[in-house]
Design a protein around this ligand. Structure first.
Ligand code: HH2
Length: 311
């Protein structure tokens, strides 16, 4: 159902241009994300996180029961999420790989139960082409590949075959090894180059340009300082010409800087999401949908004001 639904959130403001920045010139921001069929997402948008894992760092174990997962997804959509991102494998630092059949055992019942109830598109957070193939056949619209096409050589072709959306995220190594790979000579240049190359590979495999979303991979082979620098320098990634997704929600750098209580985590995550949107991000991936929707409305309005002459 989601793949043929025109899904517009009239409540969210359009983001017209990124503010001027030492990291790049102003450029027009995409206002809409076109997915397969007649599905259109108005940008900026919120992607709600639904982890159906026993061990995710924030919500692990809470939505293992498919009926709880479905209720939570419907709640997030009602709160203003434009995409629901379902994950069956934790990618927290040190996490071990989950076999494809176990990932599918966690995800498929939730997609099947959600499809008839959800208006917005479903994204699936997976690095494996066989998982992508199965969930796209069940009606998912987007594959969120945190490996940025580096884990499974068949991923881009699989996404292209289904004409699905593709989130290409930057990381190094795997969740098990990435912590020791957080060394860069030119952080922004290296992340930007890697994303540019991965998007070229996606295009060569047949993924449509309009389906590609880039993500600098906050927390993936990045130190606290790298995360902050990437958020500040986001206009440089936006310059590549694709919508940019940013995931900061409840991550460890937020915990370190803002505090670990639920309220502190929420405030720190919302502040980082606001800066991401102000600096040109089109989508933020979050656990707390309602407060983030309110936050990014303000951030998008400020970004718009930054590009307008006020008399
Ligand atoms: N972060 C996580 C997982 N998937 N996908 C994208 N595109 N960007 C991100 O920043 C991102 C992501 C990690 O967060 P979470 O899903 O809450 O935890 P876990 O991986 O432990 O399930």
């Amino acid at each position: 159902m989601a793949a043929t639904t025109v899904h517009k959130k009239p409540t969210l403001l359009s983001l017209e241009a990124t503010p001027s920045s030492p990291h790049g010139p102003r450029r027009q921001q995409p206002r809409l994300l076109y997915l397969k069929g007649r599905t259109v997402i108005r940008l900026p948008a919120v992607m709600g996180i639904l982890n159906v894992t026993p061990d995710s760092f924030s919500d692990g174990g809470r939505y293992l029961d498919p009926s709880k997962a479905v209720d939570h997804a419907i709640k997030m959509e009602a709160e203003g999420a434009s995409i629901i991102d379902i994950g069956g494998e934790s990618t927290r630092p040190g996490a071990a790989e989950v076999p494809a059949d176990e990932e599918l055992r966690r995800i498929l019942p939730v997609i099947r139960a959600l499809q008839p109830k959800l208006g917005c598109p479903i994204s699936v957070d997976t690095r494996k082409a066989s998982v992508a193939e199965a969930v796209l056949a069940e009606g998912a619209s987007i594959i969120n590949d945190v490996s940025g096409l580096s884990f499974d050589p068949a991923m881009a072709r699989t996404v292209a075959r289904f004409d699905a959306g593709l989130v290409i995220m930057h990381m190094r190594g795997t969740p098990a090894t990435m912590a020791r790979m957080a060394r860069y000579r030119d952080l922004i240049g290296e992340v930007k180059n890697a994303l540019a190359h991965a998007s070229e590979r996606a295009l060569e495999a047949g993924v449509k340009r309009s389906r590609i979303i880039l993500d600098p991979g906050i927390g993936f082979a990045k130190t606290l300082g790298h995360n902050l620098k990437l958020l500040v320098a986001l206009p440089s990634i936006v310059e590549l010409g694709y919508p940019v997704l940013v995931g900061v929600s409840r991550k460890s750098f937020v915990r370190t800087l803002s505090g670990a209580s639920p309220e502190q985590l929420l405030m720190g995550s919302a502040a980082a999401a606001a800066i991401a949107i102000f600096n040109g991000a089109s989508i933020v991936r979050v656990h707390d949908v309602a407060p983030t929707v309110a936050t990014i409305k303000m951030a998008a309005a400020l970004a718009k004001a930054a590009t307008r002459r006020i008399r």
